[in-house]
Design a protein around this ligand. Structure first.
Ligand code: GAR
Length: 207
């Protein structure tokens, strides 16, 4: 059995999810994806998962009568599929605090900027890159971080920067950042698979 038994959450296109799948196929990542969860029935990631016989489903708050049933369903799906680690891969909703606490130290996210800049509520997807270009930044990048109960806030595990040429549009920056996302997310997941990540006083140390 692979060393990481993952639940992956994705909301949209799913290119990060694909980069994780490719890394597993190419044996750069010692992990199994036990379940793909989306909030969005149209998510491309759902098709990628189903095409590979990976269990996949939609869990959307709006489909539940109350928050408690929604959270209970999320827990039971993760448990029933044997997920003991969570990777958020372009997931645009906040994970319920109960789930974050239950998976503390074993739930990570990828953000398309160099945190702590350009993070927080409302800072996701293209909004991040528009803000970066509006601010006139000369670099941006991707951050992989442990998830805590605040948006884009937990300890940073990995970052990689990209230059922003003066002529770049937000779409250009997004594409440049996405290329490094596809490198650092599988690489960082492998650090967890090898149990190399330690956290002390809000800072991570890679053994
Ligand atoms: C990625 O750039 C990811 O970092 C970002 O959404 C995109 C999803 O692309 N995530 C966030 O903004 C979360 N705060 P993908 O669906 O092709 O992986």
């Amino acid at each position: 059995m692979a060393r990481l038994q993952m639940g992956v959450f994705a909301s949209g296109r799913g290119s990060n999810f694909l980069s994780i799948l490719n890394a597993i196929d190419e044996r750069r990542l010692d992990a199994d994806i036990r379940i793909l969860i989306s909030n969005n029935p149209e998510a491309g990631a759902l098709n990628s998962a189903r095409g590979r016989n990976i269990p996949a489903g939609v869990i959307n708050r709006a489909d539940f009568p109350d928050r408690e049933t929604f959270v209970r369903e999320m827990f039971s799906v993760l448990r029933n599929h044997g997920a003991d680690f969570i990777a958020l891969a372009g997931y645009m909703k906040k994970i319920p605090d109960e789930v974050i606490h239950a998976f503390a130290g074993r739930i990570i996210n990828i953000h398309p900027a160099l945190l702590p800049a350009f993070g927080g509520k409302g800072m996701y997807g293209r909004f991040v890159h528009e803000a970066v270009v509006r601010a006139g930044c000369k670099v941006s990048g991707a951050t992989v971080h442990l998830v805590d109960d605040q948006y884009d806030h937990g300890p940073i595990v990995a970052q990689r920067a990209i230059p922003i040429p003066d002529t770049d549009t937000p779409e250009d920056v997004a594409a440049r950042v996405l290329r490094v996302e596809h490198q650092i997310y599988p690489e960082t997941l492998q650090l967890f698979a090898e149990d190399k990540v330690r956290v002390r006083n809000g800072r991570t140390y890679i053994r």
